[in-house]
Design a protein around this ligand. Sequence first.
Ligand code: NAD
Length: 306
Amino acid sequence: GSKILITPRSYLEIRAEMKELLEGYQVVFNERGRPLSEREMVELVPDVNGILVGVDPVTAAVMEAAPKLKAISKYGAGMDNIDLAAAARRGIKVQNTPGTNRVAVAELTIGLMFDLSRHISHAVAAVKRGRWERVMGVELAGKTLGLIGCGNIGREVARRARGLEMNVLVYDPYFSDDGFASRYQLQVTDLVTLLSQADYVSLHLPLSATTAGIIGRNELAMMKNTACLINTSRGALVKEDDLLWALRTGVIAGAAMDVFWREPAGEHELLQLDNFILTPHMGAHTREAVIKTARAATENLLAMLA
Ligand code: NAD
């Protein structure tokens, strides 16, 4: 049978449920409990026919080291860790699992927005240190959420935000309105309008050469000084030093991210700021999404290898 490398850590937690699908295949799992480095990938791929990959790098060098590689199945939506041009040159098929984690990421996004508005994680940490001080928050109802990118995840966030009685602005140059915007009363607008009017700006677009650093000093300066930024997409969409500047100087009120420029984040100046919160890239990590994504990525891989 074909040999397959499976790298996502969450796959290990539900591997029993995928056993039947993988019958007859020779499977190697990443048992390291963290994403693999490029070097480790190169070492593991020499005789594999297929890779089911999480966020680990699948670079031209990795493909070079894998002469039998026919298919790369991305576990998840964002394909910025895969050199798609190199795969195309080598005739290696690539597929992702768009949408399988949209509810999970949308729910975390809403959760981060509540944490920014009511300072939940800070209040809990303070109570656990023996302090009993109420923190004044603001209400989400009546506020404006600006979504940069309105695909699978952005749409789920939009619907939930409407349920919370928020106004929703959308900037997405490729947004094809199939009636979704009018059904949920979303205002499709330009980036400058969105940035200057939103109380919360949330990023739901892929990282690419054109979107890297889409939020920098100028964009942050256009935001209200009471507004907050939420990023559950990719760290590099935001310019690191510019965000640090904006949070330190009160150019914006706060930021919440589930992704970072380097993961794991380790120690970082941003983590010392009270108006910055970070979760460890767990947006898609719900039991439901892990099973849906693992199943879809496995089926995609087997179909590409067949
Ligand atoms: P998607 O492809 O369904 O939607 C992305 C949207 O972004 C599309 O509508 C596209 O038109 C739009 N877009 C592209 N370029 C843009 C630009 N320059 N400005 C504004 N909009 C632009 O993807 P999705 O499933 O909604 O996921 C979005 C991103 O979320 C992924 O690319 C991934 O990086 C990230 N993600 C994070 C987690 C996590 O665990 N935190 C999990 C899944 C996905």
